[in-house]
Design a protein around this ligand. Structure first.
Ligand SMILES: C[S@@+](CC[C@H](N)C(=O)[O-])C[C@H]1O[C@@H](n2cnc3c(N)ncnc32)[C@H](O)[C@@H]1O
Length: 207
């Protein structure tokens, strides 16, 4: 299983944003929606083995975490407006418990922050995508079957979150030498995980 968690520093945790002006009204939820597309959607399909967590720290309802489970979710479309509409409907539910509550098939909401993500995900190798750290191509743990990958928004990851993730055993890895958009970093990471999966499959088939 692959899990991606995107930390939205100001992304709103309530439905109080306009689909006609996502970047201007949602604390840049648009960045997180593009991350959902990059993590979960392939050409003509959904990656059923991927779960995405959106950590929404902004607005009157934050912090909340919205979880999208690729194995269960329905009607996930690639355009930002449709994804925004889906998230808006999910956030309209009054979920303020610390455990995740399903509000639509495959979509759940909980009150909380990165702690909720760490508690919800089953034991996994934890990574933080971070510019300037060790290159993912030299990271053997990427071959693990279960990975949980944290990603920053357009403003990057704050120091307190970074420290918490490192304390939880996360390894910082870079997807290349250039700082790129969060959704592109997820696409590169997914590509690398796809390659490692094929290698694992081939190695298994040979034994
Ligand atoms: C646009 S970048 C953040 C840039 C922000 N200005 C900063 O200084 O942190 C958004 C996120 O994408 C990921 N990212 C971007 N480029 C990366 C790279 N080369 N390697 C690993 N992660 C990267 C990181 O998680 C980063 O927090």
């Amino acid at each position: 299983m692959r899990r991606f968690a995107v930390i939205g520093k100001k992304a709103v945790a309530s439905p109080d944003f306009s689909l006609d002006d996502l970047p201007g009204t949602s604390g840049r939820l648009d960045v997180l929606l593009r991350c959902v597309r990059a993590a979960m959607l392939v050409s003509h399909g959904i990656r059923r083995d991927v779960t995405v967590y959106l950590v929404l720290r902004g607005g009157r309802a934050g912090p909340r975490v919205l979880r999208i489970d690729g194995g269960e979710v329905q009607f996930l479309r690639p355009d930002e407006r449709s994804l925004g509409a889906l998230v808006k409907k999910a956030l309209a539910h009054d979920c303020n418990e610390e455990s995740f509550r399903e509000v639509k098939p495959g979509i759940a909401v909980a009150r909380g922050d990165i702690e909720s993500v760490l508690a919800d995900a089953p034991p996994s190798k934890v990574f933080l995508l971070e510019e300037g750290s060790i290159d993912l191509r030299s990271e053997p743990d990427l071959a693990a079957q279960d990975v949980l990958v944290f990603v920053g928004d357009h403003q990057g990851v704050d120091e307190a979150s970074r420290c918490r993730l490192m304390a939880a055993g996360a390894r910082a890895i870079a997807v290349g030498p250039t700082s790129i958009h969060a959704e592109d970093a997820i696409a590169v990471m997914s590509n690398e995980l796809d390659r490692r999966e094929v290698e694992r499959f081939r190695a298994g088939a040979l034994h």
